[in-house]
Design a binder for this molecule. Structure first.
Ligand SMILES: Cc1cc2nc3c(=O)[nH]c(=O)nc-3n(C[C@H](O)[C@H](O)[C@H](O)COP(=O)(O)OP(=O)(O)OC[C@H]3O[C@@H](n4cnc5c(N)ncnc54)[C@H](O)[C@@H]3O)c2cc1C
Length: 327
């Protein structure tokens, strides 16, 4: 049975992406269940790869490749190099993030290696020689189980599906430098530069308490009501997509499929229907509270607590109560 598990590590400016720690955590679990080894694959340029590899202590070894063509992310170079490296080893499981990079890598790498690919993976189990991967499709509406016979495959894992903490370890890791493959000298696509979005005032994915507002607020001027509630609660304000599309809130405050995924301790959804694209970004909040005038609104299916009432009555009353409690 092929027992090795390989994790493709994403990094930027010498920092490993949180998603990659989630992969290392899932990979560790898989490797242990299959009595195999876990390898971190770190590609980069200018010595960046070996610098980053030291933080992959959850792995048994880190394999580093350094070449100018591997600077930043040019999919062709990364696919060619990963395929060359993995072809020299026994067929194994390769884990990539379901990120924009991972979506480029997973199918092409699977074709190059001649193995199966399973995307959007949120759960993994080992049953004898088989790996059972559970994927969440259509914004989480459908769960699909795929059995990988023999266990050799490329799997792309959804963000937030595995605990990043278990992928972080201060243990020293054996670092092996692998020679770059010759095709990198002829790579046809080169990474030129990274253009960063304008810095957001706050990072909503790191907030503990969020008040999120949706189209039920009806008018831009009414946002003051929820802003006051957020302040009384010590929370940050975020929103559903329509409010961002209308220019009422900045894009950096959008929660959902095409916005940010958030995991606060408390998520208070005000006038939000609970469309799957919104729920995808907030369903992992520890406590979800919804205020919506429609008792059949789907947000109540994911909410732990709900108030089926007019937000224009509930929100000011709640703000007043909170202010009184806080003195
Ligand atoms: C590819 C794609 C990506 C998308 N990405 C995202 C995304 O990242 N994030 C996102 O949020 N959406 C996203 N959407 C849009 C999503 O499908 C929904 O259209 C959107 O989430 C709805 O926003 P809403 O709940 O604010 O508005 P609505 O669906 O219009 O809901 C408004 C709610 O307010 C309630 N309401 C009205 N008046 C009151 C009142 N006085 N008091 C209390 N409640 C009231 C209503 O009962 C209703 O439930 C995406 C869609 C697509 C196709």
């Amino acid at each position: 049975m092929p027992a090795g598990v390989y994790v493709v590590v994403e990094h930027l400016n010498g920092q490993i992406a949180e998603l990659s720690f989630e992969l290392l955590s899932a990979g560790r679990q898989l490797a242990d269940a299959r009595a195999g080894k876990l390898y971190a694959l770190v590609l980069g340029a200018g010595g960046e790869a070996s610098g980053v590899a030291g933080a992959c202590g959850a792995a048994d070894a880190a394999l580093c490749v350094d070449h100018a063509a591997l600077a930043g992310f040019a999919p062709e170079a990364h696919i060619v190099q990963l395929a060359a490296l993995l072809k020299e080893r026994p067929p194994a499981v390769t884990l990539v993030s379901n990120s924009s990079k991972g979506m480029d890598l997973a199918p092409a790498l699977a074709v190059a290696l001649g193995v199966a690919v399973v995307t959007n993976v949120a759960g993994l189990a080992v049953e004898g020689a088989k790996i059972v991967a559970t994927s969440r499709l259509y914004g989480g509406k459908i769960a699909v189980e795929a059995e990988v016979e023999g266990g050799a495959a490329v799997l792309s894992l959804l963000a937030g599906a595995f605990p990043a903490d278990k992928g972080k370890s201060g243990k020293p890791v054996a670092v092996e430098t692998v020679s770059p493959c010759p095709q990198l000298d002829n790579a046809r696509v080169a990474f030129k530069r990274l253009e960063r979005p304008e810095a957001a005032d706050i990072d909503i994915s790191k907030q503990e308490v969020l008040v999120s507002v949706g189209r039920g607020i009806q008018d831009k001027e009414n946002l003051a009501l929820v802003q006051e509630l957020a302040e009384a609660l010590g929370a940050a304000l975020c929103a559903s997509r329509p409010l961002v599309d209308m220019g009422w809130m900045p894009k950096s405050r959008q929660v959902g499929k095409s916005g940010a995924s958030v995991k606060p301790k408390v998520y208070l959804a005000v006038g939000i229907s609970g469309a799957p694209e919104h729920v995808q970004g907030m369903k992992d909040a520890a406590t979800i509270i919804a205020i919506n005038s429609d008792p059949k609104a789907p947000i109540f299916d994911v909410a732990h607590y709900g108030v089926a009432a007019d937000l224009f009555e509930v929100v000011p009353a709640l703000t007043e109560k909170l202010r009184a409690l806080r003195g």
